[in-house]
Write a protein that binds this ligand. Structure first.
Ligand code: RUB
Length: 349
């Protein structure tokens, strides 16, 4: 978001076929963009949510500061109600609201909220770089790494989380091959991760989600690295639906399963994964697929019998005992996670 109050984001619904910038001029449009996944990925929706509240602040005309704050809180609730699982969104909204509450007049609050939103985005850039540095240590020359969904630059501000170690390893001259789960139903792997890796010139193969176990058992996949939408105090990890199945297969095949996420993805209010709210999206995402013909025409086709119903949970929870390490910008955590997570957060306070 610039001083003009417009939030500009890459329209991720259209990638990889069309690169288009979506311009949102109001907090309601920005909230809509989060819900409809114009922008997506835990970090990216956190930063976007912060800018949505900054947009709301700019639009409130009130000289009464209490009224200003009340209206801002109302707008913040609209933003909070967009997507329930990624905790980054809630942390970001809380941070910008606190910045407003620390002021004593609306004009000052408008500036502070905008600055805080900018700070969140800038911190994310730095966090991703650090995650990349710590995580690249786990990648050996010649490794084949599996990733799920998109936890790259599109999902986070700038560098990405799960893709950051892969990027740094690649820049440092290691040969890394990435197996990209297509990630039904919204195909964030096939559409977005493959697009990012192609731009970076990193060798990759898109695989059907169901193929991961096969390649693990064959000894082709050496490591799994995924991002996270919320990490509970005991190290249970919510991430894109299908992550849990990958972690089980990795464990069964003795393959390390790494989670790369900034500390803003931890939620100490969730003692364990069963307390993490899991978003269930509309069934059409499962019943239909979108694509582009060779002539460039967008088509939506139904892939199941008419009148069939579907269920569409967007995330699942991987229990901490299946996680080999959590790579954060503050360092790497190993099991037992509860201890190291508590230690890290008590140091921060
Ligand atoms: C995105 C997703 C990503 C995490 C981690 O889901 O599950 O793996 O958000 O990404 P969706 P990061 O596409 O439904 O938003 O931590 O890099 O933001």
């Amino acid at each position: 978001m610039e001083e003009d109050g417009v939030v500009r984001m890459i329209d991720q619904r259209k990638l990889p076929h069309v690169f288009e910038i979506f311009e949102s001029r109001s907090y309601l449009d920005t909230a809509w963009a989060i819900k409809e996944m114009v922008v997506r990925g835990a970090g990216a929706i956190g930063a976007t949510a912060a800018f949505a509240v900054a947009q709301a602040a700019l639009s409130i005309n009130s000289n009464d500061f209490d009224e200003f704050v009340a209206k801002l809180e109302e707008a913040a609730n609209v933003v909070r109600n967009t997507r329930p699982t990624a905790v980054n969104l809630f942390h970001a909204v809380d941070r910008v609201l606190s910045a407003a509450r620390r002021c004593d007049n609306a004009e000052d609050a408008k500036v502070r909220v905008f600055e805080e939103a900018r700070r969140i985005a800038d911190e994310d850039v730095e966090a991703c770089r650090k995650i990349g540095e710590y995580g690249s240590e786990f990648i050996e020359d010649g490794d084949v790494v599996l990733t799920h969904c998109n936890a790259g630059a599109l999902a986070f501000v700038d560098f990405g989380t799960a893709l950051a170690p892969i990027r740094i390893a690649h820049y440092s001259g290691k040969k890394v091959v990435v197996f990209v789960d297509e990630t039904r139903p919204r195909l964030q792997g096939a559409r977005l991760t493959a697009w990012e890796l192609k731009m970076e010139g990193i060798e990759h193969y898109v695989i059907a989600d169901n193929a991961a176990g096969y390649f693990m058992k064959k000894g082709v996949i050496k490591k799994v690295i995924v991002g996270a939408d919320r990490i509970a105090a005991n190290g249970d990890v919510a991430n894109k639906i299908g992550t849990y199945k990958l972690a089980l297969a990795a464990k069964a095949n003795g393959i390390p399963f790494y989670v790369a996420a900034p500390t803003s993805t931890f939620d100490l209010n969730c003692p364990s994964g069963d307390k993490i709210p899991i978003e269930e999206r509309q069934e059409d995402e499962v019943l239909y697929v979108w694509g582009v013909t060779d002539e460039g025409k967008w088509v939506r086709v139904r892939i199941v019998p008419k009148d069939c119903k579907a269920r569409n949970p967007a995330f699942d929870v991987t229990p901490n005992e299946l996680v080999s390490a959590i790579i954060t910008e503050k360092g790497v955590f190993y099991p037992p996670f509860s201890d190291s997570i508590m230690k890290m957060f008590s140091k921060r306070c």
